[in-house]
Ligand binder design. Structure first.
Ligand code: RIB
Length: 294
């Protein structure tokens, strides 16, 4: 079975559903509120395990009730949490607002995630056993760089989601095999709004990239290969939170299973399309059978 290791965040998502997103200084009345497990790392872990991989998560939760709930939710999904630390203090939280079109805004408060500044010896050993290491930017950059470099040393494929978008240090780009930004992150990294142009610019820094384009699908570009664009299934979105995490977790499984790029993108797009039709982050993620059926 494919083994994926995720080095990333776990957050409790505090989600308000409202007709529209408030502007600066504005108050709008919401119609519903939910808490749900999230965090880009944990979301990718759940997406990958439901897609059929064996998944281990390295990161941290706090000593508060959210911390136990986040750990329990990963464990009940079947994710190995042996190297998920519990640190004194609050867990990460994400303050999410979702509008009637399923669009969101998110403020992330790192909490315990901020304590993961470097790898522990066991982390390195676990990474060495993986088919792929999934990374995002909700942990301190020092740990992300260290993780990517450890994976590189062990010949393990690294998949980096550059979110939240920050300038990427050369040592991280140098240890990244596949970069998966959304179109806004790709534009922020390159200064180029057009996804094809942005992909071309990114290939000067990493060997392979997939830019997610929301309802328009995804674009794959690799050095020395023709770009591949795969449309997304048309669906009515109710909540797009973690659609990108679903896509990336499932894409990593597909590539680790050796699927051709076009199939892998289509499979990951189907998973994301299923997730946006349900509320919440991790709870919305589809199982392998559902993805295959779509
Ligand atoms: O990518 C979606 C995730 O971003 C949410 O689950 C939230 O926790 C933030 O990390």
């Amino acid at each position: 079975m494919t083994h994926i290791v995720v080095l990333g965040s776990a957050n409790m998502d505090l989600v308000a559903y409202a007709g529209r997103l408030p502007g600066p200084g504005e108050t709008v009345t919401g119609r519903d509120f939910r808490t749900a497990p999230g965090g880009k790392g944990a979301n990718q872990a759940v997406a990958a395990v439901r897609a059929g991989a064996e998944v281990s998560m390295i990161g941290a939760v706090g000593s508060d009730p959210y911390g136990s709930a986040l750990r329990a939710s990963l464990e009940s999904a079947g994710v190995d949490t042996d190297l998920l630390r519990t640190v004194e203090g609050p867990s990460g939280t994400a303050h999410v607002t979702v509008d009637d079109d399923g669009r969101n805004t998110i403020v992330v408060v790192p909490g315990a995630n901020g304590a993961v500044e470097s790898l522990l010896p066991g982390d390195d050993t676990l990474i060495a056993t993986a088919d792929a290491l999934l990374l995002q930017l909700e942990l301190p950059l020092s740990a992300v760089v260290e993780g990517a470099q450890a994976a590189r040393r062990h010949g393990v494929r690294t998949v980096l989601t550059p979110a939240p978008a920050v300038p990427l240090p050369p040592e991280l780009l140098g240890a990244t095999d596949l970069l998966v930004p959304n179109q806004h992150e790709a534009a922020a990294l390159t200064g180029i709004a057009d996804p094809h142009g942005a992909a071309e610019a990114l290939l000067r820094q990493v060997p392979q990239t997939v830019i997610t384009l929301g309802a328009a699908g995804s674009l794959h570009a690799a050095r020395g290969a023709e770009p591949v664009m795969v449309p997304a299934p048309e669906v009515d979105a109710v909540d797009t939170t973690a659609a990108g995490d679903t896509f990336t977790g499932v894409l990593a499984v597909a590539l680790a299973e050796g699927r051709p790029v076009r199939d892998a993108l289509a499979w990951a797009s189907s998973a994301a399309a299923l997730s946006v039709q349900r509320l919440g982050a991790a709870p919305a993620m589809p199982y392998r059978k559902e993805i295959d059926a779509l």
